[in-house]
Ligand binder design. Structure first.
Ligand SMILES: CC(C)(COP(=O)(O)OP(=O)(O)OC[C@H]1O[C@@H](n2cnc3c(N)ncnc32)[C@H](O)[C@@H]1OP(=O)(O)O)[C@@H](O)C(=O)NCCC(=O)NCCS
Length: 276
């Protein structure tokens, strides 16, 4: 591939991201083929800090750091197609890495992003598999309740499973979405992208996670549902049985990883590829 001469690139100004930038940010993510709606960008920015690259009034790049206690996720890293290969992605990454302030950093890399992240010291630690489609109803193998739940308790289980302190995020998702509970686990279901996403799914065992997935599919039968699973977990066949086909995914990467305390709970599905 012939790469543009960085010296010939226009210099863009990097400024803190504000909600005013989001309509242009949405256009960037849509041009990259991502399904996010304005509301999805707003949810992420509401619990994060971001950086925007401008050339005059034109937004040409974005990156976000979502700090969740000892772990930060880096996300929404996009450079306008006509500005790629000129060093802007690296500059944006340097800014969000500084925002992470020495925390463990996680991200889900696209094929485009992998070379940049590898060069910046991120290491691969597994595959994320994205499943989606029109949900097919299936009776859950355990009873699942929908309804409000104690956010402190959900956040504590989520932290035990993921190492991230995401109470503010989970509370925001629960406020507009559904909370599903079963013996040994919980999940959140919310509007996202082309329909709904189920995640996080936090459970003690795969049976609880399957029940939560089935309940979500039953609730949304015939409607678009997405779930982002770890390829290391055994839930892909269940997602397929619920009508959620494997459509792609990404590479889970980490930088400055810290040891995680052992836990009897596990994250079976991401809140999103952006938010871990
Ligand atoms: C990923 C992305 C942000 C990179 O932005 P960029 O401005 O093109 O990246 P840079 O020009 O700063 O390149 C950074 C480094 O990665 C390398 N690199 C970037 N793209 C590369 C590619 N396709 N192949 C090989 N190396 C590549 C560059 O050589 C550079 O290395 P260096 O600094 O050591 O010379 C951009 O391609 C993009 O927006 N893609 C679409 C959205 C996306 O997938 N984002 C990633 C989400 S996880």
């Amino acid at each position: 591939m012939i790469r543009p001469d960085p010296a010939a690139a226009p210099v863009s100004d990097l400024v803190p991201m504000t909600p005013d930038h989001l309509p242009q940010a949405l256009a960037l993510s849509q041009a990259a083929g991502w399904p996010h709606r304005l509301e999805d960008w707003a949810l992420t920015l509401s619990v994060s800090k971001g950086v925007s690259a401008f050339e005059g009034g034109r937004l040409v790049g974005t990156a976000i750091c979502s700090a969740f206690g000892p772990v930060a996720t880096l996300n929404m890293i996009i450079v306008a197609e006509d500005r790629r290969g000129m060093g802007l992605g690296r500059r944006l990454m340097q800014h969000v890495i500084a925002l992470a302030g020495g925390c463990e950093m996680r991200l889900t890399a696209t094929e485009d992003g992998l070379p940049l992240y590898r060069r910046m010291g991120f290491i691969e630690r597994g595959r994320i598999v994205q499943h989606q489609g029109l949900a097919r109803a299936m009776k859950p193998e355990r009873p699942v309740r929908f309804g409000p739940a104690d956010t402190d308790m959900l956040a504590a289980l989520d932290t035990a499973a993921s190492g991230m302190q995401r109470k503010a995020l989970l509370a925001r998702i629960a406020a507009t979405g559904d909370t599903l509970r079963t013996e040994g686990g919980f999940a959140l279901l919310r509007a996202f992208g082309r329909g709904h996403v189920l995640g996080p799914v936090v459970a003690r065992d795969a049976g609880a996670a399957r029940a939560l997935m089935s309940a979500a599919a039953e609730q949304l039968a015939g409607q678009f549902l997405r779930v982002d699973l770890s390829a290391a977990d055994p839930l892909a066949p269940h997602a397929e049985a619920l009508g959620l086909a494997h459509v792609g995914g990404g590479t889970a990467m980490v930088h400055s990883a810290r040891p995680c305390a052992p836990s009897d709970h596990h994250s079976y599905a991401l809140a999103s590829q952006a938010l871990g």
